[in-house]
Design a protein around this ligand. Structure first.
Ligand SMILES: C[S@@+](CC[C@H](N)C(=O)[O-])C[C@H]1O[C@@H](n2cnc3c(N)ncnc32)[C@H](O)[C@@H]1O
Length: 290
């Protein structure tokens, strides 16, 4: 009945009420290194039972059927292997959307919601802006802009067929229209002119990959995390294809904003500014082609 040290999930026959399953799952996930074991346990059990989290508390004394216990066990076992909660759940919220997420693409992050905020500001007032999302991954940025700026004509590029397939699934599930294309950002960017180029390029230094949390290091695609020179390639590629007055918005790593802002200035962009993410870390760099 306690969390085991092996490959189990802490849930044994007899651990049958919702509150008991939550208690045991939480202990097990904590022992396996989750930083958010209670939240994880609640999200996983809610998913297994087809309930909202709040409903777990309203029914905390209800017993699970053997089938329900099996379903909960399967999810907790995956999370205990440090598979990201988002991949285990299979979907995750981004801005106003709920997107499918799996190991084909990076999990959309809260800091990228700030990038979208700045991107939307750069096209505010334009009726039919042409928008390019470089390294679209799950399609999160492209789809959020399509959702929040109706009329925008958006193209999402990625070099990964897997990511593009997931982005297409997300376009279908959200009912939003974006064009998706396979393209290598190191080959320059497609002719615009674009009113906005937005990108969350791979920006982790390859040497830092081994130091990342297991959830990131062992499960997310390394090609989405790290590609040397990608930030610079997007910036240099953008100036050639931005419309006059068009904006570029880039998400970069902690400590990379000064160099990126200097690069945008060197490339002739104006109104260069840096925005912090929700944790107060300088994160988004933008500029405008005069
Ligand atoms: C940090 S992820 C961003 C994913 C998504 N835009 C988001 O913000 O959640 C970077 C994306 O760039 C793509 N990528 C990596 N190298 C690339 C290249 N050479 N050309 C085009 N896309 C590339 C990866 O496949 C990945 O989807």
């Amino acid at each position: 009945m306690t969390s085991d040290g092996g490959g189990g999930n802490g849930l044994q026959p007899g651990s049958s009420t919702i509150s008991e399953v939550l208690r045991l799952s939480t202990a097990h996930l904590a022992a396996k290194g989750s930083e958010t074991p209670r939240l994880d346990a609640e999200r996983l059990l809610a998913q297994a039972l087809g309930l909202e989290r709040i409903e777990l508390y309203m029914a905390s004394n209800r017993s699970l059927t053997p089938l329900e216990l099996d379903a909960a066990r399967a999810l907790v076992t995956r999370r205990a292997r440090r598979e990201p909660l988002q991949y285990v759940l299979g979907e995750w919220g981004f801005r106003r959307l709920t997107l499918a997420v799996d190991s084909r693409a990076l999990i959309p992050r809260p800091e990228t919601e700030v990038l979208v905020e700045r991107a939307l500001a750069l096209i505010a007032g334009l009726e039919r802006p042409r928008v390019l999302d470089v390294g679209t991954g799950s399609g999160a940025i492209a789809l959020a802009i399509a959702d929040e700026h109706p009329g925008a004509m958006i193209t999402g590029l990625d070099s990964s067929e897997d990511a593009l397939a997931l982005a297409a699934e997300n376009a279908a599930r959200t009912g939003l229209t974006v064009e998706l294309a396979r393209h290598d950002l190191f080959q320059g960017l497609p002719d615009g002119p674009w009113d906005l180029i937005v990108s969350n390029p791979p920006y982790v230094d390859a040497a830092d990959l081994p130091t990342l949390q297991p959830e990131v290091r062992d499960w997310e695609p390394h090609g989405a995390l790290s590609a040397e020179g990608a930030v610079e390639a997007v910036a240099r590629g953008s100036v050639a294809v931005l419309a006059p007055g068009g904006g570029l918005a880039l998400e970069v790593g902690a400590g990379q904003t000064d160099a990126t802002a200097a690069l945008l200035t060197e490339l002739g962009l104006v109104e260069v500014r840096v925005t912090r993410d929700l944790r107060g870390v300088d994160r988004v760099v933008e500029g405008v082609r005069p």
